[in-house]
Write a protein that binds this ligand. Structure first.
Ligand code: NAD
Ligand code: ZN
Ligand code: ZN
Length: 389
């Protein structure tokens, strides 16, 4: 089959690889109809995630048709149309029983690698390095889906792929980011980053009762989607002093909650950025937490900073003093997607949410390399690329 393979720094290629096979009785094989490129894939593309090997099949946002089933999968049938969540989770361990699916204790065969970096291991993830299991991803024609009796959900025929594909990752991720804020009526929420995750965090913050959402980025086309599609007020950080503007917009107190939807490859004008860029280039720091620092310092005393952006390792100049002295709450996590798929599918069915508004490009799977390049360089108003095998 054809699959998108990571070949090295900023090099992905669609190549022929062996077809996936059923390996365990709870596996399914899915024939992929739509699959998307995620901001997290850019961290692989840009070499920020260790333990990638040349030829690894990438992609963790995908959906399609069930074409083969292991003997212990009883809730699906051949021909079912399903969306697959990115965290691979057994559904039976201690963490899964708490619905903390991205912490599944049974799905990362390389847990020992993750334990060295993080103390304990999170779950395995499709197409996301050997550190997270070494599973083949879904930017391909077919994928093997482990624990298929737990993860994939069937989607109704009347909904298009474009409407349900993002249940696999970024819609639940944006929702969980807003949910972690504990929004109360009247609250103001600020969102750093207007990529796909930021867009759905904005949408979800309103769904959960925020009065105002203020969105921050530097790309005007992304800020426009935040305004038109999400109803946010927007700030361009290349034109506006963000801390000052937020203070002014919130009566001198700061936003009640701040969401970091930027992650480890943050960008900023000025000296702060040069500092992180230099330190990461010298391997003295693993991430560039420019948005996270700003979110912490801007947040109202007693507020919540919700971190959906992915960080990998160790960061400098972390404003711990602000967190302690101003009673801030920090919440984070890889999304527990399985927990949110069904309720969010209901929102889509009811017509109060149509996530397809963020799609900027439909490409053929064979054009995956162009998709990565465009999404990375933010060219051609690229916001979300969907690939079709
Ligand atoms: P993206 O790259 O399209 O979006 C990131 C946006 O942040 C860009 O528009 C960029 O211009 C903006 N940005 C950069 N520096 C900024 C700053 N200082 N202030 C404000 N905005 C800034 O990516 P995405 O798909 O939206 O993903 C965003 C993050 O979420 C990534 O780190 C990704 O890995 C992560 N993610 C996490 C989960 C999870 O489960 N926690 C799931 C999916 C994605
Ligand atoms: Zn993703
Ligand atoms: Zn589990």
């Amino acid at each position: 089959m054809k699959a998108t393979c990571w070949m090295g720094l900023r090099d992905v290629q669609v190549r022929n690889v062996p077809d996936p096979k059923i390996l365990n009785s709870r596996d399914a094989i899915v024939k992929i109809t739509s699959t998307a490129i995620c901001g997290s894939d850019l961290h692989l593309y840009n070499g920020f995630i260790p333990s990638m090997r040349k030829g690894d099949v990438v992609g963790h946002e995908f959906m399609g048709e069930v074409v083969e089933l292991g003997r212990d999968v009883h809730n699906l049938e051949i021909g079912d149309r399903v969306v697959v969540p990115f965290p691979i989770a057994c559904g039976r361990c201690e963490q899964c029983s708490r619905e903390m699916y991205s912490l599944c204790e049974n799905s990362n065969p390389n847990a020992w690698m993750a334990e060295k970096m993080w103390g304990y291991s999170p779950c395995g993830v499709f197409g996301y390095s050997h550190l997270l299991g070494g599973y083949a991803g879904g930017q391909s024609e077919y994928a093997r889906v482990p624990f298929a009796d737990v993860g994939p959900i069937k989607v109704p025929e009347e909904l298009e792929d474009d409407q349900v594909l993002f249940l696999s990752d970024i819609l639940p991720t944006g929702y969980m980011a807003a949910e972690m804020c504990g929004i109360e009526p009247g609250d103001v929420v600020a969102v750093w980053g207007c990529g796909p995750v930021g867009q759905f965090a904005i949408k979800s913050a309103y769904l959960l009762g925020a009065e105002r959402v203020i969105a921050i980025d530097r790309f005007d086309y992304r800020l426009e989607v935040a305004r038109r599609g999400g109803g946010a007020e927007t700030l361009n950080y290349e034109e506006t002093n963000i801390p000052e503007a937020l203070e002014e917009m919130t009566g001198g107190r700061g936003p009640d909650h701040c969401i970091d939807a930027v992650g480890m490859e943050g960008h900023a004008p000025g000296v702060a950025f040069a500092y992180d860029k230099l330190k990461t280039n010298l391997f003295m720091e693993t991430d560039r937490p420019v948005a996270l620092r700003q979110a912490i310092l801007a947040c109202r005393s007693g507020g919540t900073v919700s971190v959906a952006g992915v960080y990998g390792g160790f960061i400098d100049k972390f404003p711990m003093g602000a967190i302690v002295n101003r009673s801030l709450t920090i919440r984070s996590g890889q999304c527990h997607v399985q927990r949110y798929m069904r309720p969010l599918l209901e929102h889509i069915r009811a017509g109060d949410l149509d996530p397809s508004y963020i799609i900027s490009h439909h490409l053929k799977l064979s054009e995956a390399a162009d998709g990565y390049d465009m999404f990375f360089k933010k060219q051609d108003a690229c916001l979300k690329v969907v690939l079709h095998p």
